[in-house]
Write a protein that binds this ligand. Structure first.
Ligand code: GLN
Length: 239
């Protein structure tokens, strides 16, 4: 029997807001439902990153949480950039999405340096962008979630948007983009949590992880009727 598929959860204490932990649970369960053993490896400040991680997940937080993790994250920058270059699937939400970019300039005047895994940069705006979001992706269909951020994120040439907003603000409220991608890294502003309501994104992360580990992946279809009901409900909510 193969070793469990290892989900690395980065900063679960400091960066975990609006249900982001649900992303980890979703990956874990969807692996188990397909007959794979999974385990969650929590990485707090100062802990080593496991070299044998299969999927890396990080959530959002307040600006104060970002200040707490900044130095620790910067020290891991070369390692995390190498993992991204090597094709490790990663999902970063909101606060950590910002910090996996080049920089976050906060409303309080702080300049938080990011690790540049994603070619994006973020500046806090005067107001917060809050509400339910529906964004369209050619690969994932309608991406549904909830946003709450002051940061306005702009994509550089090395980053592709995850989706185009049809409702909500997304990266910056002006260019219509939501989230960013490069290789197998996905950054997004969407909480809710994201993956329970967007199983196509969860399965993409899982497929890549299985292909990298086992050389191939064929994921059995799951009964998505509850998920579909949750998606319909979430998409119909007022902004
Ligand atoms: N502090 C960031 C912002 O408000 C991130 C917020 C979040 O992670 N929800 O832009």
């Amino acid at each position: 029997m193969t070793d469990p598929i290892r989900i690395v959860h980065l900063y679960p204490r400091d960066m975990n807001i609006y249900g982001d932990h649900g992303n980890v649970l979703t990956l874990f369960r969807r692996l188990e439902w397909r007959g794979y053993r999974a385990e969650v490896h929590e990485v707090h400040r100062g802990d080593p990153l496991p070299i044998s991680g299969d999927i890396l997940v990080g959530g959002g937080g307040q600006d104060s949480g970002q200040v707490l993790v900044e130095a620790d994250l910067l020290a891991r920058g070369p390692e995390l950039r190498a993992m991204a270059d090597d094709g490790l699937p990663m999902l970063l939400v909101c606060g950590l999405y910002q910090m996996f970019g080049h920089v976050f300039r906060s409303g309080g005047g702080q300049v938080l340096e990011g690790i540049g895994v994603l070619d994006v940069e973020t500046v806090a705006g005067a107001d917060r962008l809050i509400g339910n979001v529906v964004a369209r992706s050619a690969e994932f269909g309608d991406v549904i979630g909830y946003e709450n951020h002051s940061g306005r994120t702009t994509l550089g040439p090395e980053a592709q948007p995850l989706a185009r907003v049809s409702r909500g603000a997304g990266n910056n409220g002006s260019d219509g983009t939501e989230g960013a991608r490069r290789d197998n890294v996905i950054g997004t502003y969407l909480h809710g949590a994201l993956l329970p309501k967007n199983p196509s994104i969860a399965d993409r992360l899982i497929s890549v992880a299985l292909e990298r580990r086992l050389g191939s992946a064929s994921l059995r279809e799951l009964d998505e009727s509850t998920t579909e009901a949750a998606r319909r409900l979430a998409a119909a909510r007022p902004r």
